[in-house]
Design a protein around this ligand. Structure first.
Ligand SMILES: Nc1nc2c(ncn2[C@@H]2O[C@H](COP(=O)(O)OP(=O)(O)OP(=O)(O)O)[C@@H](O)[C@H]2O)c(=O)[nH]1
Ligand SMILES: [Mg+2]
Length: 422
């Protein structure tokens, strides 16, 4: 059975961020490998940077050694509720903490006796109440750089394969040339930013074609059906992203009566939304007899991850009502959670394995609970907002979400009654 740490996800993450966005690999656990310094040193030597974590009932203390075998400064730390205090000792080897002579005693771990002792200075610097602490567990982790070259190479490869998959995508059965994905969601959720992000990935540099930002009444006022050109060969990509006015609890958002017209493909590109006056069929430029290719094939509800637990009752009701309409029309829908980069404790390196991060899992569960979406229909992205250069880790999330939307659109096309496809 795989060994697991006794640290909570939050505690481990705080330590990883504190020591510079590391990933921890558990090498030694006293309750499994015996409370013996020989056993510990045998497992933890020649491992590069390591961190020893000692857990007692009331405290978590430990030592971070940049080099496990050579003499160097060791950073001692103590975990407090929301902060970490530290103090530097040495230069020592890691083994000194277990074998120290009385002369250079500052911090010593008595593994066999399950207690740790420290000098008065260390105790004060770490903000601990006593010089001797009994503990139940001692764990040692190897500290790896989260974004090392090997991982970055893997990410670059994954990005290329996702790019190829999306370029090669053909809508189900050749029923349409391009799949239409509608971005719907509250004002400021990141709909236009998602379009900009997708366009950036395919252009090969960060672009901001759609206006984004904050205005109390929302930034996007026109309906836009965006074609995207592939920067590699200039060809149009096999999908169209449709950006709409944001939903609002107040009167200024997207008029609910407009939604069926958008879904059926009546509303033309650049239509100026009017929250107070619903779309009237037969207007100038209106698409009177939309074809299958004008219709919406997949809807992505775009939500700011920070807002999902705080959506107003009115907004939840609006989204549920739209879902009912979508189910009635058979349009497949998914959720896109934006702003994950701003969640507490999340760093860029976490985007590699974002669905395993506890704060993200909690957000997914909140969307599932509040709005009823299946967990497997919720995708997470960090949009391009302030970056100057493309980040392959962000691209992988953006492309993965896009690919899922294309698959969802295929489900819709596949499910259409025969008379609608001829
Ligand atoms: N940090 C971060 N900021 C984001 C993200 N997505 C969007 N933003 C920011 O959120 C704000 C609103 O983004 P928009 O793309 O304009 O949102 P929208 O849904 O199109 O808004 P409306 O058109 O007003 O309905 C902007 O300041 C964006 O820079 C994200 O993933 N991470
Ligand atoms: Mg917008």
């Amino acid at each position: 059975m795989a060994m697991t740490t006794c640290l909570t996800w939050m505690q481990e993450k705080k330590l990883q961020n504190y020591f510079g966005e590391k990933q921890f690999v558990l090498l030694y656990k006293a309750s499994v490998h015996k409370f013996s310094k020989e056993s510990l040193l045998q497992r933890c030597s020649r491992q590069g940077p390591v961190i020893a974590v000692i857990s007692s009932e009331d405290h978590i203390v430990g030592a971070y050694a940049q080099k496990s075998d050579e003499e160097d400064f060791i950073i001692l730390f103590a975990f407090h509720e929301t902060t970490i205090s530290e103090c530097k000792i040495g230069p020592f080897r890691l083994s000194t903490l277990f074998y120290a002579s009385v002369r250079d005693f500052e911090f010593r771990i008595y593994l066999e006796q399950k207690n740790v002792a420290m000098s008065l200075t260390v105790m004060n610097q770490l903000g601990l109440p006593q010089r001797r602490i009994s503990f139940q567990e001692c764990e040692v982790f190897r500290c790896e750089d989260l974004l090392d070259k090997r991982r970055m190479d893997g990410i670059a490869e994954l990005k290329e394969s996702l790019l190829s998959a999306v370029r090669a995508y053909e809508p189900y059965g050749g029923l349409v040339h391009q799949t239409r994905i509608l971005l719907l969601g509250p004002i400021g959720a990141g709909k236009s930013s998602f379009f900009n992000s997708v366009r950036s990935v395919f252009q090969g540099h960060v672009t901001n074609k759609a206006l984004v930002g904050y205005k109390t009444t929302g930034m996007s006022e026109k309906y836009r059906t965006y074609f995207i050109k592939d920067g590699k060969n200039g060809n149009s990509l096999p999908f169209i992203l449709c950006d709409s006015l944001g939903l609002s609890e107040e009167e200024e958002g997207l008029c609910m009566d407009d939604i069926p017209y958008i879904l059926k493909g009546h509303i033309p590109d650049r239509y100026q939304f009017n929250s107070m006056e619903p779309f009237i069929p037969g207007l100038d430029n209106c698409i009177d007899s939309p074809l299958l290719e004008h219709r919406i094939h997949c809807v992505a509800f775009v939500l700011d991850a920070n807002s999902v637990e705080h959506l107003s009752h009115e907004m939840v009701e609006k989204i549920r009502k739209i879902r009912r309409e979508l189910i009635k029309c058979g349009v497949v829908h998914v959720v896109l959670l934006t702003h994950v980069d701003t969640l507490d404790l999340i760093t860029k390196g976490d985007l590699i394995d974002i669905y395993r991060c506890v704060p993200v899992k909690l957000k997914l569960e909140a969307v599932h609970r509040e709005l009823g979406f299946a967990l497997s229909d919720i995708f997470v992205v960090s949009n391009y907002t302030s970056e100057w250069e493309l980040e392959p880790i962000m691209d992988v999330l953006i492309l993965s979400a896009l690919r899922q939307m294309l698959w969802a659109a295929d489900d819709f096309l596949e499910d259409l009654p025969l008379k609608e496809t001829s």
